[in-house]
Design a protein around this ligand. Structure first.
Ligand code: HDE
Length: 719
């Protein structure tokens, strides 16, 4: 490529010199596509005003409709073509706009413009998704979550298309269609929807042991997040950073949520899938509408080129992670999501992410899964978005100038001027010209590549069990319990015994205890391992505390939802005080009652009701407060939905506080309270004779803990 200075003498200003205001202006230039019909007249697509949008044109009042009714024909035709193919994977998703700011220049590691100047706000669009389900499937199913971020930088779009799990099922793109066919609903009857608990998935993974590590993550609470705002994200593959001087290092990307990392209870996740299939979508939308903008810090693990072979695994193997204890995660910037889309289809559905959208300073490695992805994402958009011009859709457009000699194709939106659509040319002064590297032209890292053309898997990818073992042994006891229950649940649904047996064999290679616990539940035996395998499966490991969700910070209750369970005759003062304390700590408190409208309080004041007990079950909340008031508690004790509300919150290990007669509500459903002599209250249960600031503070502390997974008596409560 010849490096040329543009004849017109203009050079591109380095991104670091651009102000965030300018970035925002560029983004605003995309806003011209946002339209609404405020104050407008209804027209056809040709701009013809429509006089009657109620009736089709017909021959006689009761006669047949006429073919010449261009208004009806246009309307119906457009409607008939409203649907486009949903994404083959990650079909169910939601997204938001926001911005990213780097904390300090990363010039030492990368020339990427958006990672240089802390004053520059780079616009982003982040989409979260489940993997297996269709577009209309439920949010809270057990699945990995996609975590895709499009950075609209001054040097073009950079897409970080990751997941909330740091490793992937398979090592080579060649196996991706097989994996997806196995996890999707079975082809004969299209069941089950959005679930891995069926024969074909377990058949495949039991036969492909490299899946063992990721499957274990999917069986953990990571796969049933409490909120999209409370999950980590990972780039998964090893990428490269490259400096302006051409020096490269390996990099692993992480997203760290500032609200902590939390999961649901499995029973809760299943019920939410029915009672609020949009649970995660709603949660993200409402938080942003309320001004509680979710934030993640971008973390990087940087590995110098010369350390490539220093680990006991291959950095190119996407089934392996680099433990944070070996290479710390440095937090280099922050993403804030602060604006919901205006139109789901135009923005979320038409967003086209691609791991191959990189900017100068970021490059690929030879990870064979990443290499396959580099082909797949453009290819899929060609069918999904109907042609090669999907980059012109407003949501996909770069904010940096875009000029080249690509022309025509379906849905061309621009009108390129002039005679020239080739390069080199003399007629148009040689424009548009190549940008030499010093003007941020993209130069691939000149990695040396040398080898025979072969279809083989590198020996360095051969170990499939030790990191699964690392993950398992780094979990706390309740997290291990949840993993065991998930395997028990899923494998109980598998009908072919040989598949389960094979799976137990794979689990035994991770850890005998794990395999035995799962096997006992299934009334099966753990297959015997040979000596070498048995030795590997009992090898000592150094745990990685960062892999346990329970070790993530639990330092606040911002944006948590607390239900205040009440009926007529409630202690209004207790509600007001608790509400103030919770809201002061950043939580949301909602009064839930048997009916809408207002409640009469003991003091005679009216208490506004936010939701009824039947429309907002306890699974929609993080914690429950039961205030006193004799009449209120008498009503609630006689109301099966209210009783279920409290019991369910207890079963799901949530913080529950009750004051005054509220304690009787707990006592009547068998939950020990402060009035039971000599009994230790279960973890996360707070009861007191009267409301006080001390009780509120204790409750806030308990909510911050998220869940009390080891709570005594939880399993005795019916689901
Ligand atoms: Fe994807 N993946 N993927 N994937 N993926 C798609 O692209 C594919 C993989 C991920 O919000 C598709 O536009 C192949 C790993 C996310 O729009 C498709 C392979 C990771 C999203 C595709 C992988 C991901 C997708 C479907 C193996 C985590 C949603 C629609 C070689 C690092 C992006 C589309 C969004 C979407 C192919 C593996 C994450 C078909 C071939 C590993 C978050 O192109």
């Amino acid at each position: 490529m010849a490096a040329k200075i543009p004849a017109n003498g203009k050079s591109r200003t380095p991104a670091s010199a651009k102000s965030s205001a300018e970035n925002n202006d560029k983004l605003n230039s995309l806003e011209q596509d946002r339209t609404d019909g405020a104050g407008a007249v209804l027209t056809t697509n040709q701009g013809v005003p429509i006089a009657d949008n109620q009736n089709s044109l017909r021959a006689g009042v009761r006669g047949p409709s006429l073919l010449e009714d261009f208004i009806l024909r246009e309307k119906i035709t457009h409607f008939d073509h409203e649907r486009i193919p949903e994404r083959i994977v990650h079909a169910r998703g939601e997204a938001a706009h926001g911005f990213f700011q780097v904390y300090e220049s990363m010039a030492k590691y990368t020339r990427a413009g958006f990672l240089q100047d802390p004053s520059v706000k780079t616009p982003v669009f982040a989409r979260f998704s489940t993997v297996a389900g269709s577009r209309g499937s439920a949010d809270t199913v057990r699945d990995a979550r996609g975590f895709a971020v499009k950075f609209y930088t001054q040097e073009g779009n950079f897409d970080l298309v990751g997941n909330n799990i740091p490793v992937f099922f398979i090592q080579d793109a060649m196996k991706f269609p097989d994996l997806v066919h196995a996890i999707k609903p079975e082809p004969n009857n299209e069941m089950p929807q959005a679930s891995s608990a069926h024969d074909t998935f377990w058949d495949f993974v039991s036969l492909v042991p490299e899946t063992t590590h990721m499957v274990m993550w999917v069986m953990s609470d990571r796969a049933i997040p409490r909120s999209l705002r409370m999950m980590e994200g990972f780039g998964v593959h090893t990428f490269r950073f490259v400096t302006a001087e051409g020096v490269s290092s390996f990099v692993k990307f992480h997203w760290k949520p500032l609200l902590g990392v939390h999961g649901l209870a499995w029973d809760e996740a299943q019920k939410l899938a029915g009672k609020d299939a949009d649970f995660h979508r709603r949660d993200l939308w409402e938080a942003i509408e309320a001004g509680d903008f979710p934030e993640w810090e971008l973390g990087v693990q940087i590995i110098p080129e010369e350390d490539e072979f220093k680990f006991g695994f291959d950095l190119l193997d996407p089934t392996k992670l680099v433990p944070e204890e070996l290479v710390p995660v440095t937090r280099i910037g922050k993403m804030t999501l602060n604006r919901n889309p205006d139109n789901f289809f135009a923005e979320v559905e038409q967003a086209a992410f691609h791991p191959g959208h990189v900017v100068p300073g970021i490059d690929f490695t030879n990870d064979p899964l990443l290499q396959g992805r580099l082909f797949s994402y453009t290819d899929t958009q060609l069918i999904r978005l109907g042609g090669p011009n999907f980059h012109q859709l407003p949501i996909n457009r770069a904010i940096s100038p875009m000029h080249n000699n690509q022309r025509d194709g379906l849905h061309q939106q621009s009108i390129p001027k002039g005679r020239v659509a080739y390069e080199p040319n003399s007629i148009a002064n040689g424009d548009p010209k190549e940008a030499p590297p010093e003007q941020a032209g993209y130069v691939s890292y000149p990695e040396r590549v040398d080898g025979a053309k072969v279809r083989v898997r590198s020996e360095s990818f051969a170990d499939h069990f030790s990191q699964a073992r690392l993950f398992w042994l780094s979990q706390s006891a309740p997290e291990q319990d949840h993993i065991v229950s998930a395997y028990q649940f899923e494998l109980s649904k598998v009908e072919v015994p040989a598949i389960v047996e094979r799976m137990l064999g794979n689990l035994a290679r991770v850890d005998e205890t794990l395999a035995k616990r799962v096997a006992d539940h299934l009334a099966m035996a753990v297959p015997a391992l040979d000596k070498k395998m048995a030795a590997e499966a009992s090898a000592a490991i150094v745990p990685s505390p960062a892999l346990s969700m329970l070790n993530a910070p639990k330092d606040g209750i911002k944006t948590r939802k607390v239900a205040i369970l009440a009926a007529d005759g409630v202690d209004g003062k207790a509600i007001a005080e608790m509400k103030a304390a919770l809201q002061g700590a950043g939580a949301m408190a909602k009064v839930i009652a048997p009916h809408m409208g207002t409640l009469r309080s003991t003091s005679g004041d009216a208490v506004a009701v936010d939701h009824t007990i039947t429309t907002m079950p306890s699974i929609a909340f993080d914690a429950v407060f039961v205030p006193g008031g004799e009449q209120s508690i008498a009503t609630l004790r006689g109301n099966g939905d209210a009783v279920h509300f409290v019991l369910e919150a207890f079963k799901h290990c949530k913080a529950i506080a009750a004051v005054g007669e509220g304690s009787q509500m707990l006592a009547s459903v068998g939950i020990p309270t402060e009035s039971d002599p000599g009994i230790k209250l279960p973890d996360g249960i707070i009861t007191a004779a009267a409301a006080s600031n001390a009780v509120a503070q204790e409750f806030i502390k308990a909510i911050a803990e998220h869940r009390f997974w080891t709570r005594a008596g939880k399993d005795a409560v019916p689901a």
